[in-house]
Design a protein around this ligand. Structure first.
Ligand code: F6P
Length: 552
């Protein structure tokens, strides 16, 4: 490993910068946002970053200038920028899998040079993008036909985790840019109900399947793809030649793709230096590219790249991913916050937080440091949230008056999408809620204010809002492909910053493995009553009860 990579074993909680933050937290006591705003009338204008199309207001966070200075000191001491530069240079910073981490190369311009083991990977990235674009155009134009010569009208992406969440999320986000004559469905769950519902009413002759799997061994994906192949062949009279016309693949595993019966000429490649949860801007986004067209897809990649360049070049005090990452560390490690809410005020972003859950929780849900020693500090938060205003009528009560500290990002847009027509008139009401919520969370309502409204004394405590609930507001003019790219890259790099400070490997996911292995062991017990040695008494009994419920 190069000596420019941040050293492993920098235990952040033993650094003087960590201690200084702890002391600062104690000295600050309870930060009152009312007081911070009163003492600094320009806070709302000053505590803002503008990056690309994003306007990021962090003034409603429980921080002073000194807090941010100390947090940046921690980032410097833990080598965040050095690790960032090592990542961008293609060093193998995913040490447990001995892999480079180069999702930034997926959106680099054609003339960029990014090397892995001495080889520039950018030409290969563009070669695959070009092939995918060519394919997408053929499907969109009807030039690509199915086995019976009919044009494709439905595209079904089969994948899971990073091979599903990204394209499924982005398809929802960018629906207004999609080719509406085509229908898109996303199948991920090994529960047969997922595929069953997705295939309902479809005509096999007009259906194209994209099997998306980095490894092409993921049991859910291969099971669903096999069932889909059976459905297709049953529907088209059993001619196996149909598979090559109705199935394409996105994978790193050519051999397995060929074994499945997919023509490898219709396989779109990506590479082991792209993590699953960082992959939807690779060919994993093929379904999205067909939906929105290659030009819009490129605009989205350019949005990602804009944020990559910002992350690479902006000084720490003006660096948005650095700022969001450090704010999260402040709450997570110095305020005991367990979770982080992402609350988009856009129906189109309905799957955005689910996407971020994998990005953040699979990356930073770790409890050993990069050298393998147990961490003695908190790592990644629980990430959750759904679009406003629905959440307001569900769980915001807890955000406003509960006992838990839940820092939240509010994401909103100035303009409704054009095609809403008359319904666009509802947008100001949506955004009035957006602004009102962060105001209420920050400043609350004091008992005196409640009393002054004539509320009976016994109800005053119930109607008092403590305030000081921290939020960050991210506002953009409108939700475009480029803005989506900027937002996703912002969160990717935020997660990176936090993983670097916590000295964990944000790019492996060994925690997912154990459940997979155990499921394989348990399955024969369910189907054949096979004896599984070493089962605990709870699981053994549950298996027996399940079998008797199934009449086995
Ligand atoms: O959940 C574990 C995981 O390996 C994810 O990281 C990945 O996105 C997903 O499974 C799917 O993997 P594949 O693309 O290889 O099917």
């Amino acid at each position: 490993m190069s000596d420019t990579t941040a050293p492993q074993g920098v235990r952040p909680d033993r650094l003087p910068e960590w201690a200084a933050l702890g002391k600062h937290r104690e000295e600050l006591g309870e930060v009152r946002l009312r007081e911070l705003f009163a003492a600094d009338p320009g806070r709302g204008e000053r505590c803002v970053l503008r990056v690309g199309d994003l306007y990021i207001d962090y003034s409603k966070n429980l921080v002073t200038d000194r807090t941010l200075e100390l947090l940046r000191g921690l980032a410097a001491a833990t080598g965040v920028e050095r690790l960032r530069d090592a990542m961008l240079r293609g060093e193998r910073i995913n040490t447990t899998e001995d892999r480079a981490v180069l999702h930034t190369a997926l959106r680099a311009p054609r003339d960029a040079v990014i090397e892995v083991d001495g080889e520039n990977v950018v030409p290969a990235v563009h070669e695959v993008l070009d092939r995918a674009a060519d394919f997408a155009r053929k499907v969109r134009s009807g030039k690509w036909t199915g086995h019976t010569g009919e044009r494709i009208t439905t595209v079904v992406n089969i994948g899971i985790g990073g091979s599903d969440l990204g394209p499924a999320m982005a398809y929802e986000v960018l629906r207004p840019w999609t080719e509406r004559s085509l229908d898109f469905r996303f199948v991920s769950n090994v529960d047969g109900a997922d595929l069953h519902e997705a295939l309902r009413g479809l005509d096999p002759a007009r259906t194209l399947f994209i099997v998306s799997s980095k490894t092409f061994t993921t049991v859910e994906t291969i099971t669903n793809a096999t069932s889909a192949r059976r459905w297709l062949l049953d529907g088209l009279g059993g001619d196996r030649a149909a598979v090559a016309e109705h199935f394409v693949a996105v994978s790193t595993n050519e051999e397995k793709v060929a074994d499945f019966g997919i023509d490898t000429a219709n396989m779109f490649e990506f590479w082991d230096w792209v993590g699953g949860r960082y992959s939807y801007d690779s060919a994993i986004g093929l379904s999205l590219m067909i939906a929105i067209g290659p030009e819009r897809f490129r605009e989205m990649l350019d949005g990602f790249h804009l944020m990559d360049e910002h992350f690479r070049t902006a000084p720490p005090e003006a660096n948005a991913p650095m700022l969001l990452g450090l704010l999260g560390i402040w709450y997570n490690n110095f305020h005991g916050a367990q979770s982080h809410a992402v609350l988009p005020y856009s129906h189109y972003l309905s799957r955005f937080t689910a996407y971020l859950q994998q990005l953040d929780m699979e990356s930073n849900g770790k409890s050993v440091d990069r050298a393998g020693a147990p961490v003695t500090w908190q790592t990644g938060p629980v990430v959750w949230g759904t679009p406003g205003t629905n959440g307001q009528h569900a769980y915001y009560q807890l955000l406003h008056q509960g006992t838990k500290l839940v820092p939240a990002d509010f994401i909103g847009f100035a303009r409704p999408v054009e095609e809403l027509g008359e319904l666009a008139a509802q947008h100001d009401l949506l955004m009035a809620n957006f602004f009102a919520q962060t105001q209420a969370l920050a400043f609350g309502k004091t008992a005196e204010e409640v009393e002054a409204e004539g509320v009976p004394a016994d109800l005053v405590p119930h109607r008092t809002f403590h305030g000081n609930r921290p939020t960050t507001t991210i506002l953009a003019d409108s939700l475009t492909p480029s803005v989506l790219g900027q937002l996703v890259a912002l969160y990717e790099h935020k997660v990176f910053v936090q993983g670097a400070v916590w000295d964990i490997d944000s790019f492996d996911q060994w925690g997912v493995e154990l459940g997979k292995v155990l499921a394989k062991r348990i399955e024969p017990a369910l189907t054949e009553g096979a004896d599984v040695p070493g089962l605990d008494s709870s699981t053994e009994t549950l298996v027996a009860v399940y079998r008797s419920m199934r009449g086995r």
